[in-house]
Design a protein around this ligand. Structure first.
Ligand SMILES: C[S@@+](CC[C@H](N)C(=O)[O-])C[C@H]1O[C@@H](n2cnc3c(N)ncnc32)[C@H](O)[C@@H]1O
Length: 134
C-alpha cells in the first residue's frame, strides 16, 4: 500500500534526486510544454466559453503555472490543483482566490477529495506527455 511519504520519496528519485532543480525545470519548460500543439489538443477535447462557471482540476499541478493559465482563459472557473511533492509546492506563488491547491497523493484512495459530480474537466499532464511522444 502506498503512502504519502513513499510517493514523495518515489517522486524525488523520479526527479533525479534534486527536487529543487526539478521544480525549476518545470517552471522553465512550462511555455514549451503548453505550446500550440498542446493548445490544439486542449481545444479538440475541451469546449468551454471564456465565461464558463465550471470546475477544472489539474492532477499533479506542480508549481501551478497551468492553473494560472487556466485562470486567465476562464476567469470565472473554479480551479483546483493536486500536488504532493514539497519542492513543487514550495514554488507555488500567491494565487488568485479562484485557485486552490490540495496537498494529496493521487496514488491513494481519496473519496473525499472531490464531491461527486463536482468536476467538469480533469487534466493530468503526464497523460498529455505520453500522447505527444507516440
Ligand atoms: C509534469 S508535472 C506537471 C505540472 C502541471 N500539471 C503543469 O502542467 O504545469 C507533474 C506533477 O505531478 C506531480 N505528481 C506525480 N505523482 C503524483 C501523485 N501521486 N500525487 C500528487 N502529485 C503527483 C509531480 O510532483 C509533478 O509536480
Amino acid at each position: 500500500m502506498s503512502s504519502l511519504k513513499s510517493t514523495q520519496a518515489y517522486l524525488e528519485r523520479h526527479h533525479g534526486g534534486d527536487g529543487k532543480r526539478a521544480a525549476q525545470r518545470t517552471l522553465e519548460s512550462h511555455q514549451r510544454n503548453h505550446d500550440e500543439v498542446f493548445q490544439a489538443f486542449w481545444n479538440q477535447h475541451v469546449s468551454l466559453s471564456i465565461d464558463a462557471e465550471c470546475h477544472i482540476i489539474d492532477l499533479g499541478c506542480g508549481p501551478g503555472l497551468f492553473l494560472q493559465d487556466l485562470h486567465k482563459s476562464y476567469p470565472h472557473a473554479r480551479l483546483t490543483g493536486v500536488e504532493c511533492a514539497p519542492y513543487m509546492l514550495d514554488q507555488v506563488p500567491d494565487l488568485p482566490q479562484a485557485i486552490d491547491i490540495q496537498v494529496a497523493d493521487l496514488n491513494l484512495d481519496l473519496p473525499d477529495l472531490f464531491a461527486p459530480h463536482s468536476v467538469d474537466v480533469a487534466v493530468a499532464n503526464r497523460w498529455y506527455m505520453s500522447f505527444t511522444s507516440q
